[in-house]
Design a binder for this molecule. Sequence first.
Ligand code: NDP
Length: 460
Amino acid sequence: MSSFDYDLFTIGAGSGGTRASRLAASKGARVGLAEESRIGGTCVVRGCIPKKFLVFGAELAQAFRDAAGYGWTVGATSFDWPTLRDNVARDVTRLSAIYERNLVNAGVEVFGERARVVGPNQVELSSGKRVSARTILVATGGRPRRPKELPGCELALVSDDAFVLEKLPKRLLIIGGGYIAVELANIFNALGVEVCLVYRGHTVLQGFDDDLRIQVHSDLERHGVRVSTNTTIEGIEEKNGAYEARTASGTVLTADKVLVAIGRDPNTEGLGLAEVGVQLDAEGAVTVDAYSRSSVPSIYAIGDVTNRLNLTPVAIREAQAFVATVIEQRPSMFDHGDVPTAVFCTPPAAAVGLSEAQARKTFGAIDIYRTSFRPMRNVLAGNEDRALMKLVVRADTREVVGVHMVGDAAPEIMQMAAIAVKAKLTKDQWDTTCALHPTIAEELVLMRDKYVPPALNTMG
Ligand code: NDP
């Protein structure tokens, strides 16, 4: 019989923490879990799930506009934010309760309070109770970053606040050019808010393939978001019930709300980790090895708190690998390569594998297959949204190492394309697949001509 109170004590009930705890308990481990906020974490409570509901709500605005070309008279439409906000909140509450029930049913002992690590095998709860565990799992996630160096940053909203706004602002200024800034700019713009997105770089979504970035950037502007690039905000002030953001060039941008979306910080503050010898990186993330083990052998960490690849399905896979390694004694590691990802803008963007630039750097010679077209659905609708598809192929082996897409259902299509990329299928194998007509996705198996950038195209 173990001398510890628990085989596993998890801190944080987000996607990673709940999955690891539930799975460990189902394998017979005695598991405790502490969560100071609501069960479900960022994904369920203030991220992916409520965001996707807002995306569905926002997409209807375009659907109403598209309907006329198909013969429908929709009539006057109006949008009521409190209805959407409260319906979303209700479903979040329902999901959070399901997560909690699943934990309890699996036999996990849940403590609704904050926990702190006080020794390699010791956790202290905010009630003062101390428990011991053979293994401690830190799965505390992250939180929106507030730039401390920005005067007035405390006046700005962060993504958490977007789901609980009392009313929609007339004018919203969003600072940032990553996933959250782009997604929220699209949502609020579609819901009728005048959105200005201020980005310090030249094209949003740095890190994605350049063609995808250019398309998303121009789609944002075409849909009515004012995008101010190469712009840095130096201070925010409240004036006459509105907010003024001063740019480095001296311009003043006025809005009813300002929202910062400039990345997320790992939640390690006040957790006691450094005090017990857990190594943290410069950003405060827990440094772990391929098995998610920290520098203290009895303490592991998974998910956003490790700042590897901050996506829900990744945290879940890290949790599964952790349970296999620690509870089942079957060393397993999650391969962080070729993880598909999507930005839920309008139309959505999605990708898996290497961008053109990354592939060129890695392999030298690559071939690009690319197409851009107006999807059939948009033609009668008079909707100018275009689809972009791009395959990045290793010239020597013909392996498809990257797929990039902007267009309706891009995230759904990318989930399937990711199987082919993960399986290292070659372009010629993609080409043997018969098209499914008429779809957008069929273009992925129909591109035959290598793309030659205009500058290299000597045929004119
Ligand atoms: P991102 O890391 O995606 O983007 C941060 C953005 O903020 C970049 O445009 C960056 O500019 C800019 N930035 C960073 N620091 C500053 C600064 N000091 N001043 C001005 N701008 C700054 O972060 P997000 O907050 O958008 O999202 C956090 C993470 O959450 C994502 O990386 C992703 O892992 C996850 N997420 C995933 C989603 C999905 O899967 N659909 C949706 C939402 C979030 P630059 O490009 O110049 O560095």
